[in-house]
Design a protein. Structure first.
Length: 250
């Protein structure tokens, strides 16, 4: 099924507001369904906007949200724990957990310090399933078409597992480590396409001119392993929110 026409907004700030509104709505309308969350530069303004929206709610509503918060992040670097500022656990705590006052266990991520990452990946996939699967899954897009850390080539049946990051992804994410790509961990634990495609709804967010070419491929190419995000065409409920730059409008 082709992905429906995107919501094209003027810039990344407008995208962040629209996405934050949908995340908040999902928590309020379906508190029993876990949110699937993502990290990356695209999501920074999204979480900023979400925090502002929650903090603008009356206190009792904020408390209900806090008490019932349940989310699973897509991925985590192997070898990094929450005390490491480059870990996705630390990013989520800085951008969402601390400002919203969420208890740590409510924001779930794979444990990057687990002694057996493959086993931890299985445990994490099982935890998502035990929670009933994901309600709304938020997704960014890698420059090589990855979602989560599902690097090409990647089949639609792939499950939660430990992966080796591509050289291009380590270059893309080096900024968060204040150095070159060699500062970025080599491996990660990621939910697979199977868990992502099992989410009730998908919210794909793409901003910036650098993503314009991969976005067009994702919309036009037939689904296939060389562009993991293209498997999203198989999902019946994908919402795509982009800014003009990513859409190719400058
Ligand atoms: C990262 C993450 C993805 C993210 C993507 C895009 O490697 N694992 O979940 O969506 O790459 O990142 P950015 O938003 O920084 O471009």
């Amino acid at each position: 099924m082709p992905i429906a026409d995107p919501e094209v907004l003027i810039d990344a700030a407008a995208v962040a507001e629209a996405v934050a509104a949908r995340l908040l709505q999902a928590r309020q309308d379906h508190p029993d369904l876990p949110l699937g969350l993502a990290t990356g530069r695209t999501m920074e303004p999204v979480y900023g906007a979400l925090v502002r929206r929650v903090q603008a709610l009356p206190q009792p509503e904020q408390q209900v949200l806090r008490r019932r918060w349940c989310s699973f992040n897509l991925d985590e670097y192997v070898g990094l724990g929450p005390e490491d500022p480059g870990s996705f656990a630390a990013v989520m705590e800085r951008q969402l957990g601390a400002p919203l006052g969420l208890e740590r266990h409510r924001l779930q991520l794979p444990d990057g310090l687990a002694s057996d990452p493959a086993l931890e990946a299985n445990r994490y996939g099982d935890a998502v399933a035990a929670a009933g699967g994901l309600g709304l899954q938020l997704l960014g897009l890698g420059l090589n078409g990855h979602i989560g850390f599902n690097e090409p080539p990647c089949g639609a049946e792939s499950r939660s597992r430990c992966v080796t990051l591509s050289a291009s992804t380590r270059v893309q994410n080096a900024g968060a480590f204040g150095g070159g790509p060699e500062a970025v961990p080599e491996r990660a634990i990621t939910l697979g396409l199977a868990e992502i495609l099992a989410a009730r709804q998908i919210l794909l967010v793409v901003t910036g001119a650098a993503k314009s070419a991969v976005l067009q491929r994702l919309l036009q190419d037939p689904p296939g392993p060389q562009l993991p995000a293209s498997w999203l065409q198989l999902h019946p409920a994908v919402t795509l929110i982009v800014d003009r730059a990513a859409w190719g409008g400058g």
